[in-house]
Design a binder for this molecule. Structure first.
Ligand code: ADP
Length: 183
């Protein structure tokens, strides 16, 4: 029997908090260790699986439920999954948790709205402030912080590399990932 263990690293956090950046770091590290891996990035999912959906509460919930559905299929078959979508609503994240049980590892990618707005990687906060984008999470739409996430990464105090290492440490400690063998 294969000893591959499936799990789901469920990132949640504001736009610009660092979900994609930390995911990219993690992917490098996990692939180096020979891990199988699939990434469901919020922007990529919206271009494909969820094309046509908007940003109303209903559409956001549908989007997140689809991500959870796919993450569950993969992780229960031994494929580790990283999901990197804002996933602003607690209730739907909790649905995903129920579905995946102990395979579900919630990671709060923490940065204040002010920090994300300063970073404004994609220029979206400026557009949200001017009203060009409506229903923007953290500005004109709610973001519900996780209550008891497995991991919180403090991106205002850590580099993306440190955040990725923190997550790797968690996976090793909890038996999801074999510790790296150093020569
Ligand atoms: P998200 O995917 O959450 O929308 P991104 O990863 O696209 O966010 O953008 C985060 C931005 O913040 C990047 O420009 C990144 O370089 C910067 N950044 C600064 N510090 C950190 C950190 N500790 N972790 C992650 N990103 C950081």
């Amino acid at each position: 029997m294969s000893d591959d263990k499936g799990y789901c690293l469920w990132f949640t956090g504001l736009s610009g908090a660092g979900k994609t950046t930390i995911t990219n770091q993690l992917v490098k590290e996990l692939l180096k260790r020979g891990s199988k891996l699939e990434v469901l990035d919020g922007d990529v999912v919206r271009e494909n699986l969820s094309k046509g959906l908007g940003f109303s509460k209903e559409d956001r919930d549908t989007n997140i439920r689809r991500i959870a559905f796919v993450a569950n299929l993969l992780s229960r078959n031994g494929v580790p999954v990283i999901t990197a979508a804002i996933s602003p609503y607690r209730e739907i994240r909790d649905e995903a948790r129920q579905m995946m049980g102990d395979r579900f590892i919630e990671i709060y990618v923490k940065a204040s709205v002010e920090t994300c707005e300063e970073r404004d990687v994609k220029g979206l906060y400026a557009k949200a402030r001017s009203g060009e984008i409506k229903e923007f999470t953290g500005v004109s739409d709610p973001y519900e912080e996780p209550v008891d996430p497995e991991i919180t990464v403090e991106t205002e105090q850590q580099s993306p590399e440190e955040s990725a290492q923190q997550i790797i440490g968690y996976l090793e400690k909890h038996g999801w990932l074999k510790p790296a063998v150093h020569a």
